[in-house]
Design a protein around this ligand. Structure first.
Ligand code: FAD
Length: 398
C-alpha cells in the first residue's frame, strides 16, 4: 500500500512494533468501521467493544505496564487515537477519556487508588468520567463553584457539572472542586475521586448531540455527598496544576482524533472521485474536485507531522510541549471540519444523506473545535507563548 494511501495511519510509533500496529489497523477495519453507522444512528454505548479493546491493550497507552497500562509513549498514543478515530470518533473519544483519567491516577494516585480505580479502569472493569465543566465555568475553569468542605472524617461535596462524557454510564468520576474559596485557582482547587453510586449523587440528564452520538454525555449533580478522606487525589489545592498537565495530553489525543476524521473523509472522497462519473468521466478528472483533495492530503500530512512533534515534546517533557499540543489540536481540528466539508461536496447530494459515512464525519468533526479547550483558547495559549510580555495572565483558562 502506498504511503500516500489514506487507508493506513501516517503517524509513526515508538514502542509499538509493526505487529501491534497491524493489530490496531485490523481491529479498526474489522470491529469498528462496520458498526460506526449503527452506533451513530442508535446512540448506543458499545460496552462489549470497549471490553474487547481493553483485552488487546488499547487503554492506557502511556500508563506504565506495572500499573496495568501499555507502557508506550505519547507518540504511540497519538497513533492509537488517530487509528481508532479513522474507525469511529466516539470510540477514540472513550480511549482518550481513559488515557486522561488514567494518567492523572498514575501520576498522582496512591497505591490504594491505583488498585481501586486505575487497574479496574484500564481493564474496563470500571468506567470513568472527568468532570470539570459547569454552567458558569467552561473555558474559564478557574471560576468553578462546586465546593468540597472538610468535615470530621472526610469531605462533603456539593455542586453540578454539565456536558460530562460518560456521565450516564460511569462508575466513578474525577471531579474538580473548590476547597479554599479565598485561594481559588491559586491553590484552592482540588480533585476528588467520586463513586457515582454514593448517596447524594444523581445523573441529571443525557444530552443528544450533533455528532459523536455513541459518546454518552450528561450532567452530574452532587448534593452534600459525603466522601472519605482518601477520595482526595494528590495534594489538596494542587488540582489546577494537575489538570493543566493532563490537558496537554488530552489535546494531543484530540489532535489524533481529528486527524483520524480527516483521513476517513479523504479516503471516502478519493474513492468517490474515482467511482462516480458525470459527463462521461470520473468526477476526480476535474481539477475542481481533485485540487481540494490534494490540499486536504497535504494538510493532513502537515497535521500529522506537527502532532508527532508535539507528542515527542510531551514525551521528553520539553517546556514547549503544551504549546505544541495546542498547535497540533488547533491545526488538526480546524482541518477536520474543512476536510469533512470537502468530502461532503465530492459526494454531492448523497453526502448530505444519513447513512453515508461523510455525512456522519461532517457532524463528528465539529466538536473537535470545541471540547478539550476551544480553538480560541488554543490560540490564546499559543499567542501567550509567542508574546509572553504582552499576555494577560490574570485569568487561568483551558
Ligand atoms: C460533546 C461534549 C463533550 C464534553 N465532554 C466534557 C467532559 O468529559 N468533561 C468536562 O469537564 N467537560 C466536557 N465538555 C465541555 C467542554 O470542554 C466545554 O464545552 C468547552 O471547554 C467550552 O466551554 P463552554 O461550552 O462553557 O463555552 P464558553 O467558555 O462559554 O465559550 C463560548 C465561546 O466563547 C469563546 N471564548 C470564551 N472566552 C474567550 C476569550 N477569553 N477569548 C476569546 N474567546 C473566548 C469560546 O472559544 C467559545 O467560542 C464537553 C462538551 C461537549 C459539547
Amino acid at each position: 500500500m502506498s504511503v500516500m494511501s489514506p487507508r493506513r495511519s501516517a503517524v509513526p510509533s515508538e514502542v509499538l512494533g509493526a505487529d501491534e500496529r497491524r493489530l490496531v489497523h485490523e481491529f479498526v477495519d474489522e470491529q469498528i468501521r462496520p458498526i460506526a453507522a449503527e452506533l451513530d444512528q442508535s446512540e448506543r454505548f458499545p460496552r462489549e467493544l470497549y471490553l474487547e479493546m481493553a483485552k488487546i491493550g488499547l487503554f492506557g497507552t502511556t500508563v506504565a505496564a506495572g500499573l496495568g497500562g501499555a507502557g508506550g509513549t505519547p507518540l504511540d498514543y497519538l497513533f492509537v487515537m488517530e487509528s481508532l478515530s479513522y474507525g469511529y470518533a466516539s470510540v477514540a473519544d472513550q480511549c482518550g477519556l481513559i488515557e486522561i483519567v488514567g494518567s492523572l491516577l498514575a501520576a498522582f494516585g496512591t497505591d490504594e487508588q491505583h488498585e481501586q480505580y486505575l487497574r479496574p479502569l484500564l481493564c474496563y472493569g470500571r468506567t470513568c468520567a472527568y468532570a470539570l465543566t459547569e454552567a458558569g465555568a467552561g473555558s474559564d475553569l478557574g471560576s468553578i463553584t462546586t465546593r468540597a468542605v472538610r468535615d470530621r472524617d472526610g469531605w462533603v461535596l456539593t455542586g453540578e457539572k454539565i456536558y460530562i462524557h460518560n456521565a450516564p454510564v460511569a462508575d466513578f468520576a474525577a471531579v474538580l472542586a473548590v476547597t479554599d474559596p479565598v485561594k481559588g485557582k491559586r491553590g484552592g482547587i482540588s480533585v476528588f475521586l467520586v463513586d457515582l453510586d454514593l448517596p447524594g449523587v444523581s445523573r441529571a440528564y443525557q444530552e443528544h448531540k450533533m455528532g459523536q452520538r455513541a459518546s454518552q454525555v450528561g450532567g452530574l449533580v452532587f448534593d452534600e455527598v459525603r466522601l472519605p478522606a482518601d477520595a482526595l487525589l494528590g495534594e489538596e489545592g494542587h488540582a489546577f496544576g494537575y489538570m493543566m498537565e493532563v490537558l496537554a495530553k488530552g489535546r494531543l489525543g484530540i489532535a489524533g482524533l481529528a486527524l483520524g476524521i480527516s483521513r476517513a473523509a479523504l479516503a471516502a472522497a478519493v474513492t468517490q472521485a474515482g467511482d462516480r462519473s458525470q459527463f462521461g468521466v470520473p468526477i476526480g478528472a476535474n481539477q475542481a474536485i481533485a485540487f481540494p483533495l490534494a490540499d486536504a492530503a497535504t494538510e493532513l500530512r502537515a497535521g500529522v507531522a506537527l502532532a508527532a512533534e508535539a507528542a515527542r515534546a510531551l514525551g521528553s517533557a520539553s517546556e514547549d510541549a503544551a504549546t505544541l499540543c495546542s498547535m497540533a489540536k488547533l491545526l488538526a481540528s480546524e482541518g477536520a471540519v474543512r476536510h469533512a466539508d470537502v468530502a461532503v461536496q465530492v459526494f454531492g447530494g448523497s453526502g448530505y444523506i444519513r447513512g453515508y459515512e461523510v455525512e456522519r464525519l461532517y457532524r463528528d468533526a465539529r466538536i473537535t473545535r470545541i471540547y478539550e479547550g476551544t480553538s480560541e483558547m488554543q490560540r490564546l495559549i499559543i499567542s501567550r507563548a509567542l508574546l509572553p510580555r504582552n499576555s494577560d495572565r490574570r485569568g487561568e483558562r483551558r
